[in-house]
Design a protein around this ligand. Structure first.
Ligand SMILES: [Zn+2]
Length: 310
């Protein structure tokens, strides 16, 4: 089972508790996996479609517990060889209207026309409802990449209003996300490990969150070790290049007669002890120099050699 499916399974098992949160979750599920059908003479029905049986069960439970609505359940197989199994939950006429009124998706105006509205207010104002809304949205339209492969939480929908709503709620919870709109709809992405962890905590997927943190710690310590190794190698290469350049310049001094003693001594010591660090080299001077003293002597000798060769 993929990490995404595991997380969904965990979320679908969370026991519904507060009425406010139940409504928020129903709202997100309705926006992400339901369609509204007009059947003439003012009759409407709402049809939820999902391949996720745990989600279908949860939806049934939420509608019954919170709104006392019992949808009609049907199963269908898609594909010639009994491929995917799809579950539909249908609410008709009065039940559909009641659901939409409860979710504030329908408002009767003086002209009697229905007005579709967005997300329930409590989902913006209350943290508990925000978590419940995001849980519903993820169950209906989300995907989570296995953190071993990388950090990606993605929502996609043909309804830009749903994606904008999720974006606003994540922002309110301090989780960074980016939104992309296209002709087919909208997509939202969270690509930071911190953000995904915070999302899992907020929606109540604590087991998935701990699994993710575990992988993150392992990945990050591996990255740190790699970075340190690369850095060491880089430094070593740089040190070798510098030493070789110095040696080439200093070598030109040895055969000359007019070189000041102090510079000649420095050049000899450097060439005799090519592997030595400045810290080690300083001890070969007579008397020994301080580290910065040895460093300046070296610089001076190299400068002198370079000037002479010009
Ligand atoms: Zn709530």
């Amino acid at each position: 089972m993929s990490f995404s499916d595991e997380t969904k399974r965990e979320l679908a098992r969370i026991k519904p508790e507060k009425p406010c949160c139940m409504l928020s979750e129903i709202s997100a599920l309705t926006q992400s996996c339901a369609s509204l059908r007009f059947q003439g003479r003012g009759r409407i029905s709402i049809v939820y479609k999902t391949e996720n049986m745990a989600l279908a069960k949860r939806l049934f439970l939420l509608l019954k517990l919170r709104l006392n609505l019992i949808p009609v359940i049907e199963y269908a197989s898609v594909g010639r060889f009994g491929g995917r199994r799809i579950c539909t939950l249908t609410l008709k006429d009065q039940d559909a209207k009641q659901l939409m009124l409860s979710l504030r998706m329908l408002k009767t105006t003086e002209a009697g026309l229905p007005i579709l509205r967005g997300i329930p207010r409590s989902a913006y104002t209350k943290r508990c409802c925000r978590g419940a809304y995001l849980r519903g949205a993820f169950l209906g339209s989300g995907m989570l990449l296995n953190p071993e492969k990388g950090y990606l939480l993605r929502f996609s929908s043909s309804d830009p209003a749903l994606i904008r709503g999720i974006h606003g709620m994540l922002e309110k919870s301090g989780i960074l996300s980016s939104v992309k709109l296209s002709d087919e709809g909208a997509e939202l992405r969270v690509t930071q490990g911190d953000g995904i962890s915070a999302f899992l905590t907020l929606t109540g997927a604590h087991t998935s969150m701990m699994k993710m943190e575990d992988i993150r710690i392992r990945r990050e310590s591996k990255n740190r070790a790699n970075r340190a190794a690369n850095c060491d190698q880089g430094n070593l290469k740089k040190q070798l290049q510098t030493a070789q350049k110095q040696a080439a310049a200093l070598l030109t001094l040895l055969d000359r007669k007019d070189v000041p003693d102090e510079i000649l001594e420095t050049a000899r010591l450097r060439l005799d002890h090519m592997d030595a660090t400045v810290e080690e080299l300083r001890m070969f001077f007579d008397p020994p120099l301080s580290k910065s003293g040895a460093y300046h002597r070296l610089q001076k000798a190299v400068r002198y050699a370079n000037e002479q060769s010009m």
